[in-house]
Design a protein around this ligand. Structure first.
Ligand code: NAD
Ligand code: UFG
Length: 336
């Protein structure tokens, strides 16, 4: 049985990916320092799958711990989710972002090389496209970033490219996620923001359930269908199966590869609010405010490369995403 190390496996995308991997028959080892997650997500993974995984609580910057993991476990490949991810926070505390995301990944890569484990799938982001010149965005579009979080992702993409060029026995895949939303269909697992959410979807569900008074719609003067921002929302379980497809492809991969993981469809803020209102069965209050600094008008993926090369395509539509997010929100109004 192949054993995969999942860094950040207690977090939102990592925990859903653990489910997909366990269900596909992989052995899973998780390292997470729980800085933005709870151990409860592991219990939920085991309940959903009926399988167990191995958990190491700790930081990927702890070289000794990583060495112990690679000594103890026969790790075949790493899926690397661990990192900090809040754009606004990264502007406030950039050093913590560079330290965690960049230094953490360097330590991980050094230990992987030491133990001759040279297969890695890295969580990148559509944020590396900056304000895109064209939509849908293909993988070879121009890259640019405007905040420290995005810069850590672009730096890490470049570091991984340099690593591959120095030693082509590495097998490296960069996955650029668009906007992950939704939750596992069981309602036992979902996104569990620690404070008031920054992202739109968890904000909408918290207003819908009465924890927040109204949605703040950031700007209605963008050059889009209704003036509000357009994004490519993708179900987190589709992302999870995207990782599985990338993992299975990694073996035969001849070069470093980059894939967009998105649906290829863009929805506006108002469309998402409308869809969620239909799912919850009542209108959800919102107010239009000023634009949020740093936001772009439109961002959606050209997802054909993943379809052609990985045989992966998003299966869930926006209504499924809303329904599953809402089920999770109702079951766990305060998150884990
Ligand atoms: P998350 O915060 O839910 O998960 C990240 C996990 O990593 C958490 O469990 C956290 O405790 C852990 N972690 C952080 N730093 C660590 C460290 N130094 N050592 C060990 N564990 C550490 O975030 P997520 O939404 O699941 O995102 C996963 C990855 O995908 C991140 O790298 C993120 O940047 C990237 N990504 C997320 C989105 C998004 O919108 N959610 C979009 C694009 C890319
Ligand atoms: N929005 C609101 N109100 C809110 C939150 C968001 O109107 O309370 C709007 C934004 O202006 C934007 C859209 O909803 O038009 C989506 O915003 P999110 O904050 O949910 O997501 P972003 O597209 O800004 O960014 C997300 C992640 C980034 C990641 C990017 C691309 O937060 O880390 O997707 O993957 F890089």
């Amino acid at each position: 049985m192949k054993k995969i190390l999942i860094t950040g496996g207690c977090g939102y995308i990592g925990s859903h990916t653990c489910i997909a991997l366990l269900e596909a028959g992989y052995d899973v080892v998780v390292i997470d320092n729980l800085i933005n997650s709870r151990k409860k997500s592991l219990e939920a993974i085991e309940t959903v799958t009926g399988k167990s995984l191995t958990f190491y609580q700790g930081d990927i910057r702890d070289k000794e711990l990583l060495e112990n993991i690679f000594k103890q476990e026969q790790i075949e490949a790493v899926i690397h989710f661990a990192g900090l991810k809040a754009v606004g926070e990264s502007v406030e505390i950039p050093l913590e972002y560079y330290q965690n995301n960049v230094a953490g990944t360097l330590t991980l890569l050094e230990v992987m090389r030491q133990y001759n484990c040279k297969k890695i799938i890295f969580s990148s982001s559509a944020t590396v496209y900056g304000d895109p010149e064209i939509n849908p965005i293909p993988e070879d579009a121009k890259l640019s970033v405007t905040n420290p979080y995005g810069r850590t992702k672009l730096m890490l993409e470049n570091i991984l490219r340099d690593l591959y060029h120095s030693d082509q026995t590495w097998k490296i895949t960069l996955l650029r996620y668009f906007n992950p939303i939704g939750a596992h269909q069981s309602g036992l697992l979902g996104e569990s923001p620690q404070d008031i959410p920054n992202n739109l979807l968890p904000y909408i569900t918290q207003v819908a359930i009465g924890q927040l008074p109204y949605i703040r719609v950031f700007g209605q003067d963008y050059p889009t269908k209704d003036g509000t921002g357009v994004r490519d929302y993708i179900h987190v379980m589709d992302l999870a199966t995207g990782h599985l497809a990338a993992l299975e492809h990694l073996e035969n991969q001849q070069s470093l590869e980059v894939y967009n993981l998105g649906t290829g469809q863009g929805y506006s803020v108002l469309e998402l609010i409308q869809m969620m209102s239909e799912v919850v069965g009542h209108p959800i209050p919102y107010k239009v405010l000023e634009r949020r600094p740093g936001d772009i008008a439109t961002c959606f993926a050209n997802a054909t490369k993943a379809e052609q090369e990985l045989g992966w395509k998003a299966q869930f539509d926006i209504k499924d995403m809303c329904r599953d997010s809402w089920r999770w929100q109702q079951n766990y109004p305060k998150g884990f």
